[in-house]
Design a protein around this ligand. Sequence first.
Ligand SMILES: [Fe+2]
Length: 473
Amino acid sequence: MSMRLFKLINTASVVLCSFVLQPVYGHDGDKAHSHGVRAVKPAEMYQPTPNPDRIILTWAGDPKTTQAVTWRTSTEVTVGFAELAIAGGGPDFAVLSETYQATSTALKTDINTAHFHSVQFKGLKPGTKYAYRVGDKTNWSEWFHFSTEKDSAEPFSFIYFGDAQNDIRSMWSRVIREAHSDAPKAKFIIHAGDLINHAQSDAEWGEWFGAGAWLNAMIPSVPSVGNHEMQKGEDGKSHLSHHWRPQFTLPQEDCPHGLEETCYTLQYQDTLIVSMNSNEMLEQQVEWLDGVLSKNKLRWVVLNFHHPIFSTAKDRDNAKLRRLWKPILDKHRVDLVLQGHDHSYGRTGLETPIATPETIGNVPTGVNQVDMFTGTVYVVSVSGPKMYNLSPSPLMQRVAEDTQLYQIIHIDGDQLHYEARNAIGDLYDGFVLEKQPGKPNRMTEVSPEVPERRRLEKSPKKEASAVPAAVAK
Ligand SMILES: [Fe+2]
């Protein structure tokens, strides 16, 4: 073949390839359908296989010496295993691995039946980096790392998200990934409820696990239950998502009976994290919380639950929750309360008295009755794309509408640094709390990088339609 002919054929094939592979761009989404590509159905996309997926770390014990891992397979895998070794710089670490057999649970969902497997690693060395993998001795996951908590004092960070809930794969994944790139060494992730929209939708849980992907297998999650993890049963009562307990291995003891794995505590360094269930059995949690906080000797107390004590919208008030729980928070001077549910952002300060007549009436005699004396900071946040409008409230020192946010909280001795960042990483809100002996925390606000984001004033009619129909509750 002459060089000229070769060039001609080569040029022609490039042109042909360019033509064949030309992507279809258009303003009309229907063009993609007319191109003949089928839509992948959820049942296919989220089909379990013998290969482990939805791998997630949680704690059901002491973070110094234990670590729990849970994962999913198809029902072909009847016995699950995890291998654990102290991680090493070279590939030979796995030679010394120990094998743990999982506890397995079958879960029939709306689109499939799967097996969920759970292992608790115990007797671990504090302050140690471990490697683990999960599987069935034929199919294995990759090796993941986690580190146990040090038994000496160490500053640490954690991440907190408000509701993910909607368009999780499409629009929430960027937020969890941005948060991780900002705080890659975070020790755990708090989810303040409404992780998904429909409690029993396996596809939505698949989206949630897909968004977190391998991060979930490396950084433990601390989830609390939102109203969207509850669903009405045939008995007319609200029940916890069938997915919750098989897919998260959480503490089952030392909680009010009936709230196993939805109401629990976690001690990390000098901080007590209390995750509560604001959907049900509110009265039973009052005494429990009072007992937990009365026994507590740790310096910082952070609570997380779904429904806000102080809502960012007038028509979303949770008066019963506030009446029952806030007196206990006041009594023990809880430092920080992390919440969701309102699909907007609001954060209280310490300058404004935020006790209400009903909480004042319930605060025991001798206890300071306003938050400027208790020092408690309340936060409502949202990480997913569903957005509600908020009602201006003098309680909130910083608010946002139409903004996806993540929060990074850093605790170092007597100081707690709080940052709320938007989905592109801009500092939206920040403050520092400092412990003062015998007094409420001192709060110093940090100048944000972006102005407060509010919706333009609209007529009530237009405001109602500001929530996109696709994500409206
Ligand atoms: Fe909610």
